[in-house]
Ligand binder design. Structure first.
Ligand code: MG
Ligand code: MG
Length: 278
């Protein structure tokens, strides 16, 4: 069952999304060489408190922190720690969430720590982010869930990888419905699996977290002994980008983007829905 939201409920999700956007801004500033991932968690905790918002990751299935901090070969679900200190040249994917008035927001980005990153890393993050936007642009009435998966996969596959070979599109994790829970139906693959059919129709009120995870090598992952940290099996570095998106009668609204997705959707020839809180 997909939870279809009213415009009033989407406005509440926008409030949660804006808190997530504020956590992104604050953690982005703090992700510098010498900072520990625990420091970033503390930054996120403070932003949530300032907005009287509740963390949705803390305690989720026993997860011990406010955000996920995934460095280099860690794909997702890295646990913030005093012992993980960021170094010049690292990349980090930071996944953040917030609950406001019972409604959830969830979004992630990859940041470059310090400077001097290899072009292939910069391209990895760019391809992952742009594949997310291609998926967001496919959030339109008349499409089905598979059209979002296809848009993400097609974008990645059309990008030449510096140095040759293929990007690994992570298969073990994907996007999801979001609303009164962080993870709701339907599960959203970042590739097309013909055995799964086309999935539900996208109608106004449909809300999805779209979150491609891409590596420089294998699509295969494994979970470390802490039962959370997901790494690539070949140790290649990976990127993770995510936004929570609502489809409305007036088009997509990117709930966790400060501008509602206006600028990036315009690159796809799409007008973002008006911000209900603006
Ligand atoms: Mg997330
Ligand atoms: Mg998510």
């Amino acid at each position: 069952m997909v939870q279809i939201k009213t415009p009033e409920q989407i406005a509440k999700m926008r409030a949660a999304g804006l808190v997530v956007a504020a956590i992104h801004a604050a953690t982005r500033e703090a992700a510098v060489p010498g900072a520990s991932t625990k420091d970033l968690d503390e930054v996120a905790r403070k932003v949530l408190a300032e907005h009287s918002a509740t963390p949705n990751f803390l305690g989720y299935g026993g997860f011990p922190a406010t955000i996920c901090t995934s460095v280099n070969e860690v794909v997702v679900h890295g646990i913030p720690s005093d012992e993980v200190v960021l170094k010049d040249g690292d990349i980090i994917s930071i996944d953040c969430g917030a609950i406001v008035d019972g409604w959830h927001g969830d979004a992630a980005y990859t940041a470059f720590v310090g400077s001097g990153h290899a072009p292939e890393l910069i391209e990895l993050s760019r391809v992952t982010e742009e594949s997310m936007w291609a998926g967001i642009a496919a959030m339109r009435q008349g499409n089905r869930l598979v059209d979002v998966s296809r848009a993400v996969e097609t974008y990645i596959r059309r990008q030449p990888k510096p140095g040759g070979g293929r990007y690994g599109i992570v298969e073990d994790y994907g996007g999801h419905g979001i609303g009164t829970e962080m993870h709701m139906d339907p599960h959203l693959l970042n590739y097309v699996d013909r055995r799964r059919g086309k999935g539900p129709k996208l109608v106004p009120g449909f809300c999805l977290a779209i979150e491609p995870m891409v590596s420089l090598g294998t699509p295969k992952t494994e979970v470390l002994q802490d039962n959370w940290t997901v790494i690539t099996t070949d140790g290649t570095w990976s990127s993770h980008w995510e936004h929570s998106v609502a489809l409305t009668e007036q088009g997509p609204l990117v709930l966790t983007a400060p501008d509602g997705g206006r600028a990036k959707l315009a690159e796809h020839g799409i007008t973002a829905a008006p911000d209900p809180l603006a």
